[in-house]
Ligand binder design. Structure first.
Ligand SMILES: Nc1nc2c(c(=O)[nH]1)N[C@H]1C(S)=C(S)[C@@H](COP(=O)(O)OP(=O)(O)OC[C@H]3O[C@@H](n4cnc5c(=O)[nH]c(N)nc54)[C@H](O)[C@@H]3O)O[C@H]1N2
Ligand SMILES: Nc1nc2c(c(=O)[nH]1)N[C@H]1C(S)=C(S)[C@@H](COP(=O)(O)OP(=O)(O)OC[C@H]3O[C@@H](n4cnc5c(=O)[nH]c(N)nc54)[C@H](O)[C@@H]3O)O[C@H]1N2
Ligand code: SF4
Ligand SMILES: [Mo]
Length: 693
């Protein structure tokens, strides 16, 4: 028997991007473990990925190309050959590419975060055709934009410093579920005496384990941040030297923050004025003592109307107290700008024909946009959509519209997948893609600072092919002759990072494949001496860029679209705020079909506060209908004060076809966009709940 260990990388959309050791015995992957030497992975994987072989060898894996033989959505397919599949797709795309390429739309997200199997060959293909661009907003663009307005770059505290912080504020994140390796370091900090505070409307697994939990109303974080500024300034818990040297607009900020008394903040956020004052004092006094405080924001904070502003406001706090002076201090949402990615080389936007019009479609409004007719302002109606690395029928907001759109008889749909997902059911052509164990890739991350290499551990299962190979075949069939369409995956990976950049001077693909990971060369406390990426080079309390974009240039409060305060008529009919953050054992909609993980999650639940349950005669275990004007779905009641009064929580994202009513939480979410960055507002949703008849 031959047995060896292959170095690989977890491909999922998770900040931890773990280094994996895959045990391969006689060509079969038998175990997937965390690399004990990789500093952030530390030999530990989450439950999901420790079951990776169960997902890889799942009996439902797509193993050969298929074409639809039933109605759209019905999920009936017949096997065809690769030649036939490629010929059918090219036959459909060729006339569109010749006459109205904007009618072709890619739809993809982060099913894999790999730079090769993500957006390399695929983007080259769509650019060369002159297809519509997809604005990939569904997760992080609101917060990313707010972060950049204030700090100029998506950079922040290195996760490897976390254990040295004295105060850790976990703001809109649930790291036990979604950022485990950060949480491991938080535990170490706690053992060394650090104080942990969670800011979350829901008593998540993480909030439960913090010293303090501030359960504000969803979508009100920007007001809380303004209240903290108010108290920090009023009680002079400031680092005046840091403010003077490295920030812009303090006097204007002082005036703005003066409007946000703890009482006003308390009323806006549904918490007490004492909570606001105490949090500000804990935070400010930590700075006065010369100790490190870190605010770990996560994306849960920005899935509401004012999501961008919330992140922007929170990002002002460490500059006020001088927390950036410490390697373990400051803030973090994402570290992704630390990676000098060669995006132009990977994706070749220059291939887009110069004489053709361009159009960008926002992936968060896919329901509406696939239903739009040709018009002067929209351009041609979308006639072909190629989905890879994403499952829009389950994950995109206002699902009823998304399903109606994918059911269009005149929409040609291709889906590249591992499994027959809810989206795959609507495909005209369904193509089998390889998993991370079957292809090579190179990864940047957003939660740590290592470049990561993924070697193929096993041969592709069945007739599955890597995304890159599928787009290479399509490019050939469409007669695209540029050299870049014949580059191998190794050749693409070797160009992924810019070696001229100080962070990646040591990058070399061949040696990275051997070592598995290599840390960027980045200073320990990135903003200790200022050096922000903003136009002024300072932390911008006042942002001229925001003013130019038509936004309030100062930290402000933007109310949710759907709340009692902002829309009382709507709230009279749908009084409960609903959020649907990730379930611990799924990764977005990935893993929902892995039996052992689904068994752990059980079935779709809705957490509801005892008061709200009593008003509706709801008992634990009751089957509930959750509804608003957009749609409805069913879940089983968990009556618990983990959900604050007025809030219901439906952990997500279930495959519709694996729920008993064939629906999920996105039936009720909406397609309205955030204040900046064009992001979705999944957690800005009012509903009513009733017992099922
Ligand atoms: N196990 C697991 N891990 C994951 C994922 C997964 O599906 N499962 N998904 C991955 C992806 S793509 C992402 S983007 C991240 C997401 O993970 P996180 O960035 O942690 O974000 P969310 O899970 O959306 O929300 C985290 C917390 O924010 C809270 N929250 C909701 N609304 C608000 C609000 O208005 N204000 C505040 N302060 N808190 C709020 C929620 O109750 C939740 O407990 O996790 C990644 N990791
Ligand atoms: N209600 C609600 N909705 C949400 C969220 C929420 O919190 N609540 N979270 C939102 C967020 S943060 C995000 S990021 C999105 C995530 O939405 P998606 O990016 O669509 O993520 P997944 O649901 O994990 O689907 C990824 C798909 O890609 C496939 N895949 C993986 N690797 C490969 C590959 O190499 N090749 C091919 N062809 N396919 C591959 C997987 O099998 C999987 O079906 O969902 C959003 N939707
Ligand atoms: S999902 Fe996250 S925690 Fe789990 S193995 Fe992947 S990177 Fe690590
Ligand atoms: Mo996400």
């Amino acid at each position: 028997m031959s047995s060896n260990i292959v170095r690989a990388v977890c491909p999922h959309d998770c900040p931890d991007t773990c280094a994996l050791h895959v045990t391969v015995e006689d060509g079969v992957a038998t175990a997937v473990k965390g690399d004990p030497e990789h500093p952030t992975t530390a030999g530990v994987l989450c439950t999901k990925v420790s079951r990776y072989t169960e997902r890889t060898y799942h009996p439902d894996r797509l193993l050969y190309p298929q074409k639809r033989i039933g109605k759209k959505g019905e999920g009936k397919f017949a096997r065809i050959s690769w030649d036939e599949a490629v010929a059918i797709i090219a036959g459909k795309l060729r006339p569109l590419a010749a006459s109205k390429p904007l009618a072709i739309l890619p739809y993809s997200y982060a099913g894999t975060m790999g730079l090769v199997q993500g957006e390399s060959m695929a983007q080259r293909f769509f650019h060369k055709l002159g297809a519509s661009f997809l604005d990939r907003t569904i997760c992080a663009t609101a917060g990313g934009t707010g972060y950049k307005y204030t700090l100029g770059t998506r950079m922040g505290t290195d996760i490897e410093q976390t254990q040295n912080a004295r105060l850790i504020v976990i703001w809109g994140g649930n790291p036990i579920a979604s950022n485990l390796h950060f949480w491991m370091r938080v535990q170490e900090a706690k053992r060394k005496g650090a104080r942990l505070i969670a800011i979350d409307p829901y008593r998540s697994l993480t909030a439960e384990k913090c010293h303090q939990h501030i359960a504000l109303l969803p979508g009100t974080d920007s007001a809380l941040a303004l209240g903290l500024m108010h108290v920090l300034i009023k009680e002079d818990l400031l680092d005046h030297v840091y403010i003077n040297d490295h920030t812009l607009g303090f006097e204007q900020l002082r005036e703005r923050a003066a409007e946000w008394t703890p009482e006003r903040v308390a009323a806006t956020c549904g918490i007490t004025a004492e909570e606001v004052m105490q949090l500000a004092r804990d935070y400010g006094e930590c700075g006065q003592r010369g100790e490190a405080s870190i605010i770990r924001m996560n994306y849960g904070v920005q899935r509401v109307h004012g999501g961008g502003m919330a992140v922007r406001n929170i990002c002002c706090l460490p500059a006020l107290t001088g927390a950036w002076r410490h390697a373990a201090g400051g803030a973090q949402l994402s570290l992704s700008d630390a990676f000098p990615k060669n995006t132009a080389v990977l994706q070749r936007p220059d291939l887009f024909p110069v004489d053709l019009p361009r159009r960008t479609i926002n992936m968060s409004t896919i329901g509406d946009d696939l239903l739009r007719e040709t018009s002067a302002d929209f351009g041609p109606k979308v006639e072909a959509v190629i989905v890879y690395n994403s499952n829009p029928v389950a994950v995109a907001p206002e699902s009823g519209k998304v399903m109606q759109a994918f059911a269009r008889e005149d929409l040609f749909t291709v889906v590249l997948e591992h499994f027959q997902t809810d989206t795959a059911d609507y495909a005209d052509i369904l193509l089998p893609a390889t998993t991370q164990l079957e292809h090579i890739d190179i990864h940047s991350t957003y939660g740590h600072l290592y470049m990561m290499a993924n070697n193929a551990a096993i041969a592709p299962l069945g007739e599955a092919k890597p995304n890159t190979e599928i787009f290479r075949l399509l490019a050939k069939a469409m007669n695209l002759t540029e050299d870049c369409f014949s580059e191998t995956d190794d050749e693409i990976a070797a160009q992924a990072f810019n070696k001229q950049h100080a962070h990646a001077v040591h990058f070399d693909w061949t040696s990275l494949k051997k070592t598995g990971w290599s840390k960027l060369k980045v200073p320990d406390a990135p903003f200790a001496n200022g050096g922000f990426g903003t136009p002024s080079g300072k932390c911008e309390f006042y942002s001229a860029s925001m003013a130019a974009a038509g936004l309030d240039p100062l930290p402000a409060y933007i109310a949710p679209y759907e709340s009692l305060a902002s829309n009382p008529e709507l709230a009279a009919r749908f009084p409960l705020a609903m959020i649907s953050p990730p379930a611990r054992n799924f990764l977005n909609s990935t893993f929902v079909n892995v039996q052992s993980l689904r068994d752990t999650e059980g079935q779709p639940h809705l957490d509801i506060h005892p008061q709200d349950a009593a008003q509706r005669q709801i008992a634990p275990g009751d089957r509930l209908r959750i509804f608003n004007d957009r749609g409805s779905f069913e879940a089983v009641a968990r009556v618990t004060d983990k959900a604050r009064p007025g809030l219901v929580v439906g952990l997500s994202i279930w495959w519709k076809k694996l729920a008993s009513d064939h629906k999920n939480a996105n039936e009720v979410t909406n397609q309205r966009l955030t204040d900046m960055g064009g992001g979705p507002t999944f957690y800005d949703t009012l509903v009513e709940v009733e017992k099922c008849a």
